[in-house]
Design a protein around this ligand. Structure first.
Ligand SMILES: [Zn+2]
Length: 369
């Protein structure tokens, strides 16, 4: 290997190693913080996983346990979502998700606004319901929000166009609802677009590793959404959201958004309309789903127009929904029900999905939108 190439390789490996070490150190710090919350949360009726119990002993070190750590659920740790963790609501043994946010944050104000009874009763309100909100009395500058456990909306893969239509209709209506209420989400991406999994994944999934039921080991088995629906879909994470009480037409903000470098108007100095950015972000999700599922090609023009370079050329949520429904009306029942595949699905994936309801081999998956 030429010296220059070898040096580049060494540098790349050193950077990767450094980053990995940094993530590990950060994860330890974050996890210790959650351990410190454990007693308080228990007193509020929420139990974190055994790993976060101050008395936790790693199960793989217990006498008689011959399993390697990687085969034990309690070895799964937090990576980057430092203020979010799953828990069990002890009164009914239901899995929930806890999020710690500053008590005076815009996020909490927006969540409260969306939770108002008049807002919650609107079926187009596809923002995640809040089950409970309580002050962290040990540090009242912070508040815990409790939400139902959800999984990412794009895995398990879609079976047919009908499933995609159902999901996108709910998300578009949800976008319409947020904008009508003068809320710009500002972080619309698959990581913040969730589905309620109980019918689709009856065995449930693990918060840290949602491609497994209990986080490790066995095949991940699911039922097709169209065979068990309806499946509710929700937006989460209002950490970047803004509420503009004066309406969205003249709303302006500044700042770049991580992961959205392709949005042309984002700037740290030039103001732009955040509602138009939501439309672009939604269009990106459609474009990437079309890329993943060639059978969704008829929705490509919708994705393209939502991603128009000029913000004024992008449709409003009303117009996008109208365009979407026009495309759907052009599809026959059999076109909606026909099984579709992801671009990279191989024969083994198709066979196991069809006959076992799961992937035996590691599936092709495009989730980085
Ligand atoms: Zn189907």
């Amino acid at each position: 290997m030429p010296l220059q190439a070898a040096a580049q390789k060494d540098t790349g490996e050193a950077i990767r190693e450094g980053l990995s070490k940094w993530y590990r150190l950060r994860a330890v710090t974050v996890e210790k913080t959650w351990v410190s919350y454990y007693p308080f949360l228990l007193s509020r009726g929420y139990r974190l996983r055994p790993r976060y119990n101050p008395d936790w002993i790693p199960s793989w070190t217990l006498p008689g346990n011959k399993l390697h750590a990687s085969r034990c659920e309690d070895s799964l740790h937090i990576w980057l979502k430092d203020n979010i963790l799953d828990a069990v609501h002890m009164a009914d043994d239901v899995k929930v998700v806890l999020k710690l946010v500053p008590t005076n944050s815009a996020e909490l104000r927006i969540v409260n606004l969306l939770s108002d009874e008049s807002k919650r009763s609107d079926p187009r309100n596809r923002t995640i319901p809040i089950l409970d909100i309580f002050l962290y009395t040990d540090a009242p500058d912070y508040t815990f929000m409790v939400m139902p456990y959800m999984r990412r909306f794009n895995y398990p893969p879609f079976h047919c166009r009908g499933e995609f239509v159902d999901a996108m209709r709910q998300f578009l209506e949800g976008l319409q609802f947020m904008h009508e209420n003068n809320i710009a989400h500002r972080d619309i991406a698959p990581k913040n677009m969730m589905m309620e999994e109980s019918r689709v994944v009856p065995k449930g999934s693990h918060f840290t590793n949602d491609k497994f039921h209990v986080g490790i080991g066995e095949s991940f088995w699911w039922k097709e959404r169209c065979s068990v629906g309806p499946v509710p879909y929700y937006y989460i994470d209002f950490g970047l959201s803004h509420h503009y009480p004066d309406g969205n037409a003249g709303a302006l903000t500044i700042g770049r958004l991580r992961g959205f470098d392709g949005i042309p108007e984002l700037s740290d100095t030039e103001p732009y309309n955040p509602f138009k950015v939501d439309i672009y972000q939604f269009g990106m999700s459609i474009r990437n789903l079309v890329k993943t599922y060639p059978a969704l090609g008829m929705f490509q023009p919708l994705g393209e127009i939502m991603c128009s370079k000029c913000p004024d050329d992008r449709p409003t949520p009303d117009e996008a929904l109208q365009y979407f429904e026009e495309i759907v009306r052009g599809l026959s029942k059999s076109q909606l029900r026909a099984r579709m595949w992801q671009r990279g699905d191989r024969l083994i994936h198709r066979i196991t999905r069809t006959f076992c309801g799961c992937y035996i081999a590691e599936p092709y998956e495009e989730i980085e939108y």
